[in-house]
Design a protein around this ligand. Structure first.
Ligand code: GDP
Ligand code: GDP
Length: 433
């Protein structure tokens, strides 16, 4: 998916515009950097074309120098990651020295640049925008991010500049994405698989610039391994490396069927790892958790069990996820990891017959019906799996609005218990019949 970055100094209206673009969609806040900056990532679409947006933020506390360095980094990030850049300036402030600095950096860039003069709330301000020609970036768009005025023309142009979505790989093979924090051992894992395996077919260029796909054949099963760590950037700052890596994970997850989440056992299942986990879950992807570097952990009788419990606690209520303890270094259980991913893939593509669903679940529901609400009884009449790429089930009943979360969770658990959806988010919908 193409990425559009919004750059510009603080207070010009970047986040206002960003929020308008992503509307109710989910934004990821890059909280690593915390105090010094706040970066947002979200999905948007315009005229039916989906794209990702980064608001590079740039809220900095500190000296002017720190400020400038920050802007430089922000622009660098945009230049590296984005397919198109929206450079936002503020008509009320006019051209500032910092705008000039950013323009200087952007003039050298080959990517499409769109100069957006913001806060043009009234026709009288249109003329004040002329001075922005001085930035040497050519034509500009006058917009008011707050009301949306002018943003349509801007977005038409931005979307038109985006590269064609690259065609999918020749075959529609299952895609396994190897994701996780930097240094968890993702590349080592893939190298270990590739180095040892005679069944590798080819290396093919990735469908996105940021991942390397390797066609892989094992257990009589062909799939694409998506390596998010394969391409390293020359980021100087630790949190930038982290951010790039999150960005790549986001993209890889969107394109994957199953995510292999590699966790560094010596660092634990921390907040950053959990973010990636929930990202995969929200995208309804299959998940396998690989606890790597198990060789480095001092083990006592219950170490593995305790570790596993900590993870399951953190991923509640979606705890039906395989956790495999591996050591890439010792080549311990790395094929087990792949085998598990294949199982999860099969669970995710599983289709349960309507007759089977009803035969198994209706008697259970009869014995444990939804609790009555306001004296009304819910009667579930039949169940069917929807024809979606991932498991979704419709429970037809007389009063769908009376079925609450806990009962839906009960139904989900019954589905898991009887049909095995380990590693796969399952959706339960109540429908009126
Ligand atoms: P950022 O720091 O670049 O992300 O800027 P914000 O989005 O936080 O906006 C800074 C200020 O400008 C806020 O008070 C916004 O309400 C205001 N603002 C944003 N867009 C517009 C606009 O189109 N017109 C006017 N008058 N104010 C705006
Ligand atoms: P990536 O950033 O997730 O791709 O991580 P790398 O594959 O580059 O690994 C980061 C570091 O961890 C490297 O120094 C690896 O040698 C090391 N590493 C990876 N897997 C293991 C493991 O199972 N055990 C130990 N002890 N070190 C490992």
């Amino acid at each position: 998916m193409s990425i559009v970055a919004i750059v510009g100094r603080p207070n010009v209206g970047k986040s206002t515009f960003f929020n308008r673009l992503i509307q109710r969609r989910e934004a990821i806040v890059d909280s690593v950097s915390g105090v010094t900056r706040d970066r947002h990532y979200g999905k948007s679409d315009w005229n039916g074309r989906e794209f990702s947006v980064i608001d590079t933020g740039g809220y900095v506390v500190g000296s002017d120098d720190a400020f400038e360095a920050e802007i430089d980094k922000q622009v660098e990030l945009a230049i590296e990651e984005a397919d198109a850049i929206i450079f936002m300036v503020d008509v009320e402030q006019g051209v500032t020295p910092m705008d000039e600095d950013v323009a200087k950096l952007l003039r050298k860039v080959k990517k499409p640049i769109f100069l957006a003069v913001n806060k043009v709330d009234t026709a009288s301000k249109v003329e004040s925008a002329y001075e922005f020609y001085n930035l040497g970036l050519g034509d500009y768009y006058t917009i008011a991010g707050i009301s949306g005025s002018g943003t349509g023309d801007l977005l038409d142009a931005v979307v038109a500049s985006l590269p064609e979505e690259s065609a999918k790989t020749d075959e529609d093979l299952p895609r396994f994405a190897v994701v996780g924090r930097p240094n968890a051992g993702k590349s080592s894992f893939i190298n270990a698989l590739i180095g040892e395996d005679r069944y590798i077919v080819t290396d093919i260029a990735g469908t996105t610039r940021d991942s390397i796909d390797t066609k892989y054949n094992r257990f009589g099963f062909e799939f694409n391994l998506v390596d998010t760590a394969g391409i390293r950037r020359k980021a100087k700052v630790k949190e930038d490396i982290e951010f790039y890596s999150v960005m790549r994970s986001v993209r890889a997850i969107e394109h994957a069927d199953v995510c292999l989440l590699v966790v560094d056992a010596t660092r634990g299942f921390d907040g950053q790892v959990q973010n990636i986990f929930w990202l995969a879950q929200r995208n309804r992807k299959g998940i396998v958790i690989l606890v790597n570097k198990w060789d480095l952990v001092e083990k006592e009788t219950n170490t593995m069990k305790a570790f596993e419990e900590t993870i399951r606690k953190a991923i509640e209520p979606f705890t039906d996820v395989p956790i495999v303890f591996i050591s890439v270094l010792n080549k311990q259980r790395i094929f087990k990891a792949i085998e598990t991913a294949v199982e999860v893939y099969n669970n995710r593509s599983k289709k349960v017959k309507t007759s089977q669903l009803n035969d198994v679940l209706l008697p259970i529901i009869q014995n444990n019906p939804p609790p009555a609400t306001k004296g009304k009884y819910v009667k579930i009449k039949f169940i069917t799996q929807l024809p979606t790429p991932q498991p979704q089930f419709a429970f037809f009943c007389n009063l769908p609005q009376y079925v609450k979360e806990p009962y839906k969770r009960f139904l989900e658990n019954q589905l898991r218990k009887h049909f095995d959806f380990t590693g796969v988010p399952v959706s339960v919908y109540m429908r009126k019949k």
